[in-house]
Design a binder for this molecule. Sequence first.
Ligand code: ATR
Length: 290
Amino acid sequence: MTQQYGILAFPAKHSLSPVVFDAAFKAIDTDSQFGFFEIPENELGDFMDRMKAGKVSGLSVSLPYKEMILNYMDQVSEDAKKIGAVNTVVNRDGVFYGYNTDFVGSSQALKEAVGDLKNKQVVILGAGGAARAVIYGLLKEGANVLGILNRTLDHAEKLAKEFSEMFGVEIKAFSSENLANTLSFQKELIQAETILIQTTSLWTLQPDITAAESEKFCPAEYVKYFSTVMEIVYKPLFTPLLKTARALGKKIITGDKMFLYQASEQFKLFTGKEAPMEVMRKTLNENLSQ
Ligand code: ATR
């Protein structure tokens, strides 16, 4: 039987999930399909009601619904509960199961580049829903999250407190409005091998950002303290921050890596089968814009 899946987001049209999942379904010889569910917020309830009674077997959930969707779940995995966000919904005979595969994706992407994460030092830029999954994944792997830097200090403090308590560690919070102010913290704590992970939605919200604005957001003077810089968005693939890091000779990790690994975990949850990684990787690469 043809199973229907889709990306639930608003807007959704930029997502590469449909093309990557369709190629993966074809590779394992099912005629399942993956579409776009671009649903405005005031229609979310109706959409979920229709899904309960209908034929959609699963969802990839993206902005702005990863937290809101929790209200519609019948069962939520322990990881998704702790993160406070769901990016994967599986519909088993009208019962909605919520999972989070983002934390697996981000940790896997980082491990691939720097090896075992235990005791690795990491600084996080951003304190939104995406940051929550990344931080959770890092702490689960035994990484040392030194600090969370965010435009709104309150948000960083809230996240730092919550995860410090959850994992019994100390995480500091800083305003990212003037990163130079945190340099003394960086100099003290950052040794040769510290990783910076950029999780804000800045590049998505401001695709036409000027060089001066992006330099203000994360100056080269700051980036130079890190050995590795990772992004979790794949549009654009080489963000202004990654360009700065690359010019400074740093190791960079583009956002397509996290996308691929979170999608392969979703594939397992949707189908119960291992994901055809090479097909997914190749399709993703063919569709990424530089
Ligand atoms: P997501 O699910 O993508 O994380 P979110 O939960 O809305 O989305 O969080 C967005 C993150 O990007 C936040 O850390 C936000 O900073 P605030 O907490 O100050 O709102 C950050 N962000 C969004 N636009 C930004 C901008 N123009 N400059 C800096 N940070 C920005």
